[in-house]
Design a protein around this ligand. Sequence first.
Ligand code: ZN
Length: 394
Amino acid sequence: MTFDIERWLSTIFSDAIKYKASDIHIVPEDKNVHIKFRVNGKFVKYRTIEIGILETLVGKLKIMSNLKMEESRLPQDGSFTMILDGKEICVRASTMPTLFGEKVVMRILNPESESISLESIGLNPLQIRKVKEYAKRKNGLILVVWPTGSGKSTTILSILKEFNPDEFSISTLEDPIEYRVKWIAHSQINHGIGFNFSVGLRSILRQDPDIIMVGEIRDVETAKFSMEAGITWHLVLSTLHANSGANSIQRLISLGTEPNMIISGLKLIISQQLIRKLCPHCKRKYVPDANVRKKIESVLRESIPPGREVTLYEENELGCIECNYLWFKGRIGIFEVFELTREMKMLILSKQSENTLDDQAERDGIVSLRQDGIMKALQWAISLKELESSIGDV
Ligand SMILES: [Zn+2]
């Protein structure tokens, strides 16, 4: 019987979609090739095949992704679109030569962008109101920051969806483009030819934009241009590697951004972390002990009335068919929505420490990531263990 590569690949892709995998890794070793899925940020072993099939498999993927067939000594990247069960799936593929053959990693670009909204990503009603209020002003920079993993493009897309595409010109500069939305002018950054974020931003400003999404702020030029564009009546959305609002301000200052530029251009910082959600079908209820109760009280800075029972949920070790025996199903964001109040701006101008800014955030009534996480544990969406494995001890 001949090996039907096309049928075999379509099984891999439909299983990846079923598992809600974000990436498919094809990793060659001396005798075998491991196929792994990244699901909710963690690896799941999918299949192991014989090394003999690798060449046919990589060859087929190269044809699909428009890559050079004969080139196996240099890394390449490309993309393709396929129809699976009537749905269009976009895939970015990259190859890398390794000791045992070419390794291929495929990112499945989110097929469910229609269902994304500020409400669906896990922001609480107060945070949603704040984000909408600042977005509607249509000027200034809104930053989405995160320490690890992804999810930032989902948050940015949910803000962009607040705007009617018939009324606003929306442009993006991305590396890579994660969602493809018909009414957005997506541009792919290409460092190889000098098309970087700051160059792209200068060009976009000549294209009469209302809303601009700049993939990431990595240098002072991009930070400065993003804030200047914000000051001159554009809404600019961007991301930064940082773990809180106060930490982002320190990052911007250490990149070389002037504090007075920050306080006039930057409006809001949304910090986020994605936490795996417990499978609602097999999660297990428990009553935490007095120590955990005390920890919760100290994070939330309020005392739980003595008679009130606190219940939390944890993963059931067996799992169930609904979660493919993985205990978790999907992820939810925990958020901090950091506003630059008048008092905060004064502290930024005098270059105060991150701790001082954090203390001010607390006085301003900003819910921290840790507090939002505890609230989501108390709402039974996530386990305390999973929260602590992401943000450290609470
Ligand atoms: Zn389950």
